[in-house]
Write a new protein. Structure first.
Length: 233
């Protein structure tokens, strides 16, 4: 496993020199910690924190944290409601004049299907957003749809030591204008560390409002199961 971790670190470090680009290219670096704590057959707790930088190890761009409750209708369907806080700073200005603070409520539904080794997931999300810039606060509502796939490469099923190819496409639509504000496409590799944790490195390309954004995303996903042994699937 040590060799695989070294490879992951190398992939992230190899992009460091790319960060010395102009703001037009918008190459960012994102670091995530995502947790889903299963407490019963029906319920689990979602929590995640993410920092985005304009450079590999500096020049702060955005901080995101979310917490929510998941209701598992079945093994392949889940409903979630939660809240989040987001602070954003534009590339050109590190002062508070152009930065924003956002309080966000969100609800989503997820459906998952397996086709042999291929796993496909759909997520439908609604977001109520209160965005504050200086003394001005505005409300915004948007809808997001994500389709995600993953397929194990060196095992028939995901188990410790499995490499998986992952990817997704997500669209953001502002309501009530029904304007497509953002489209994100991503592809990467995931490595299953143990039964409950995995590490992922991905490249993300997004367009919206006339801007193009590229991102190298590194995430640690932790999904412990606190159900009693006889309840564990």
């Amino acid at each position: 496993m040590r060799k695989q971790l070294v490879l992951m670190v190398f992939l992230v470090a190899s992009y460091k020199n790319l960060s010395a680009q102009s703001s037009e290219n918008q190459l960012n670096f994102s670091y995530m910690l995502v947790g889903q704590l299963r407490v019963s057959d029906a319920w689990s707790i979602h929590a995640d924190v993410q920092e985005v930088n304009y450079e590999a190890l500096g020049h702060f761009s955005q901080f995101i944290t979310r917490i929510g409750m998941n209701y598992h209708l079945s093994d392949g369907s889940m409903f979630t409601a939660g809240a989040g806080y987001i602070r954003s700073v534009p590339f050109e200005n590190d002062s508070n004049d152009l930065s924003s603070n956002e309080l966000r409520l969100w609800q989503d539904a997820r459906l998952r299907n397996n086709f042999g080794r291929l796993r496909i997931s759909h997520r439908y999300r609604f977001e109520e957003r209160w965005i504050k810039r200086q003394e001005d606060i505005r409300f915004a509502f948007r809808v997001r749809y994500l389709i995600l796939f993953s397929i194990p490469l060196n095992h028939q099923e995901v188990q410790p030591g499995t490499w998986s190819l992952t990817g997704f496409d997500e669209v953001f639509v502002n309501v009530p204008a029904l304007v497509l504000s953002l489209n994100r496409i991503s592809g990467g590799l995931s490595y299953q560390l143990n039964q409950s944790a995995s590490l992922q490195v991905a490249y993300q390309y997004s367009t919206g409002n006339g801007d193009i954004n590229q991102r190298i995303q590194t995430g640690l996903f932790w999904r412990p199961d606190f159900r009693k042994p006889d309840k564990t699937r």
